[in-house]
Design a protein around this ligand. Structure first.
Ligand code: ZN
Length: 344
């Protein structure tokens, strides 16, 4: 007999006791621990999903608190990686769940074992580069996932089941609605909750064996203008698709190399150093002290003001250079700080 913390959920007929037992055994992977990721994780852990893993490359800032439910002002003050703060708070919500936060990026070349073993994946990213990695991994390992995106007051979501539905690569050419928006239109929290509600419900349907209830439409909603649409997408499945077609190449599962990207809607460049995975952090700290710079330093990262730019250097070698969209300038700052050269 399962304890009564899940009583309301088990009284919901399509779930029942057997559905609850399935949730307790289930493994969910959440890509991203920002707005969508924290909502999804909170709901799934409260629902009793037994194994939840989040991966995230960013850290908590005060500007996140408007929409990222798990975090607190103290997390921002401590400059905690989102994956670390999320894991900590999720464990406070439900001690019986097995919860892991991974600080880093989802790699198409070496995906974490937990992705391959997942029963369901939630897209809580803010960029198409990572979504295409999720898409290829999902097809390769046969794991269903649910897309989620929100900007302004508008959100989009749809579910991708390998072998059944079209994949993200099939859909992208047909649906300009999915075009990435990196402008500064901002986002309001209710649309995050709307997208997340649909994503988590799809996950719960799948995990509890309610497969016929899965949605086969792409949903669009604008909570401000009251526009909405449900688009049937089955006919977009492309037999020549490189990710889900008859001759697959999985184009997004390439080995990691040096990658720089400007973060969506922020004056920030993300640097992934590829082969340069282990910078000499002690050397960096010596360089900072020589310059009489005060810095935050803990288990996962170093944060410092470097020539007018706030720089966060993660221990896996990645860095966020704030106050610029200029990739070249950001690379120069990175090189100076770690005292070496990028392997291009
Ligand atoms: Zn496809």
């Amino acid at each position: 007999m399962i304890n009564d913390r899940y009583d309301r959920q088990m009284r919901f007929d399509p779930i029942g006791e057997s559905g609850q037992e399935a949730l307790l055994r289930a493994k969910v992977f959440i890509a991203g621990a920002g707005a969508l990721g924290t909502h999804a994780a909170s709901m799934l852990v409260r629902a009793g999903v037994g194994h939840v893993t989040l991966i995230d490359r960013d850290y908590v800032e005060k500007s996140n608190l408007q929409r990222q439910v798990l975090f607190t002002e103290e997390d921002a003050r401590q400059v905690l990686p989102k994956a670390v703060a999320a894991e900590r708070h999720l464990k406070e919500i439900n001690q019986t769940c097995d919860i892991h936060g991974i600080v880093g990026e989802l790699s198409g070349h070496e995906p974490p074992e937990v992705f391959r073993q997942a029963d369901f994946v939630i897209d809580a990213t803010d960029n198409f580069e990572t979504r295409f990695i999720i898409n290829d991994l999902s097809q390769k390992y046969g794991v269903p996932w649910v897309y989620g995106g929100a900007v302004g007051a508008a959100g989009t979501t749809f579910t991708i089941i390998p072998g059944q539905t079209p994949c993200l690569a099939c859909l992208l050419n047909h649906l300009p609605i999915l075009a990435e928006s990196c402008d500064r239109v901002g986002v309001i929290a209710p649309i995050i909750q709307w997208v997340s509600a649909h994503q988590v419900t799809e996950a719960i349907k799948w995990l509890t064996g309610n497969r016929p209830a899965m949605r086969h439409t792409l949903l669009y909603e604008n909570l401000w203008t009251n526009e909405h649409a449900a688009i049937r997408v089955d006919t977009f499945k492309n037999t020549h698709c490189p990710s889900c077609g008859n001759k697959r190449t999985y184009p997004y599962l390439k080995p990691a190399s040096v990658r720089t990207s400007v973060l969506c809607g922020r004056d920030t460049v993300h640097i992934h150093p590829g082969n340069l995975a282990h910078p000499d952090l002690e050397g960096v700290k010596i360089r900072l002290r020589q310059r009489h710079l005060s810095f935050v330093n803990h288990d996962a990262l170093i944060q410092v003001m470097w020539n007018g730019h706030r720089v966060v250097l993660f221990h896996d070698g990645r860095a966020l250079i704030h106050g610029t969209k200029d990739v070249h300038e950001a690379e120069q700052i990175y090189l100076e700080m770690i005292g070496t050269e990028l392997n291009k």
